[in-house]
Structures are given as structure tokens and as C-alpha cells.
Design a protein around this ligand. Structure first.
Ligand SMILES: *[C@@H]1O[C@H](CO)[C@@H](O)[C@H](O)[C@H]1NC(C)=O
Length: 189
């Protein structure tokens, strides 16, 4: 009797553990890839700037139409790009068809967070390095496609990127030598 109930309790505990592990995995990966794109040979003159790395011919790159769920402190990776004319970005920003000065705090969001332009010209609060800055969403970092001429033969964006202008990095007080890649949280402002 005691032994039996111990066994069933042990079984129940095991079941709960299994279920919660399952649950945690679902939590950690709430957004599944939508497919893959294959790198093609990029014509010369493409993605050859210092910090750009072309898709590698034949390599598969995972693409996502979704991003992790948004909360009041959504974890993301902050990266850097220029939204100025002649900057790293290819052409004007998608939201307003304009260029934006490196001195203006603007960002591009991964496809899922960009959410069919629903955050266009809205502000987000970015918190990192112990500080916060408000920045305007002006563009998409395409995680649903890549490695084609439309994307200058660059790989698809990861689905958790906030690509920011220099002004954002400056406002967060990050030393210049560390600009480029940082864990942050963001929220709709
Ligand atoms: C976004 O923030 C800027 C700077 O603080 C402000 O001028 C602008 O009105 C804000 N835009 C929206 C849509 O809240």
C-alpha cells in the first residue's frame, strides 16, 4: 500500500517533470523556423563591406516569419547599422522611404517583431548597459528571406534582432570599442 502509493507518487512526479520539461522547451522555442534558403554564388560587388558576410554558396540558412513573443521586457540582440544615405543599409527605410541620420535613434526589427509594418514609426524603449533609450522603428531586418539579390546576397536576419543606429548605442552609453553586438531588452514605448 505505502510502497504502491510511493510508486504512483514517484510516477506522478516523473510525469510532471516530463511535462514541465516539454513546457520549458516550448517556452524557449515558441517560434519555429519557416524554412531554409540556400546560399548562392554572390556576384562581385555585393556584401563586400567590412562587417558584411555574404551567404556562402550551398550553405543552408534558417528563415523565420515569427519572432519570440513580445513582453514588457523582450530579450533581443542589439546590432548596429547605418540608416543614412550611403550607409550600410540598402536604400531608404521601409517604413517611410526615407534615410535617417546616424545621430537619430532609429531601429530595424526582425520580421516577426516588425509584424507587417504594424510597428512602423512607433517608438520602442531599449534597455541595455544599465540605461534606456527611446528609438523609432523605421525598417525591417528580414528574417524570412535572404541570400538573394533583394538582400544583397546577405544571410537572413536572425529573428531576435534590434538593429540600431549609432545614436542608440551612444545613448546607452556603450563605449565605442564595444559597439556592434549586445544583449538588451525592449518594449513598445
Ligand atoms: C517617438 O519619440 C520621439 C522622440 O522622443 C518623439 O518626438 C515622437 O513623437 C515619438 N513618436 C511617437 C509615435 O510616439
Amino acid at each position: 500500500m505505502i510502497k504502491g502509493s510511493f510508486r504512483s507518487i514517484a510516477g506522478l512526479v516523473l510525469l510532471i517533470l516530463l511535462l514541465s520539461t516539454d513546457f520549458l522547451e516550448v517556452e524557449a522555442q515558441p517560434c519555429k523556423p519557416s524554412g531554409k534558403v540556400r546560399g548562392t554564388k554572390s556576384p562581385s560587388g555585393h556584401c563586400n563591406t567590412e562587417d558584411d558576410v555574404c551567404c556562402i554558396e550551398g550553405r543552408l540558412y534558417t528563415v523565420y516569419k515569427c519572432s519570440p513573443p513580445v513582453s514588457s521586457n523582450t530579450k533581443a540582440v542589439l546590432t548596429i547599422n547605418s540608416f543614412q544615405k550611403g550607409g550600410d543599409g540598402d536604400g531608404p527605410s521601409k517604413c517611410d522611404n526615407q534615410y535617417h541620420s546616424d545621430d537619430t535613434p532609429v531601429v530595424a526589427l526582425s520580421t516577426g517583431w516588425f509584424n507587417h509594418e504594424s510597428r512602423c514609426l512607433k517608438n520602442v524603449t531599449i534597455t541595455g548597459n544599465g540605461r534606456s533609450v527611446v528609438a523609432m522603428v523605421v525598417d525591417e531586418c528580414d528574417s524570412a528571406m535572404g541570400c538573394d539579390s533583394d538582400h544583397d546576397y546577405l544571410p537572413p536576419c536572425p529573428n531576435n534582432f534590434v538593429v540600431a543606429s549609432k545614436a542608440v548605442w551612444k545613448a546607452l552609453g556603450v563605449p565605442l570599442s564595444q559597439w556592434g553586438d549586445m544583449d538588451i531588452v525592449w518594449a513598445d514605448a
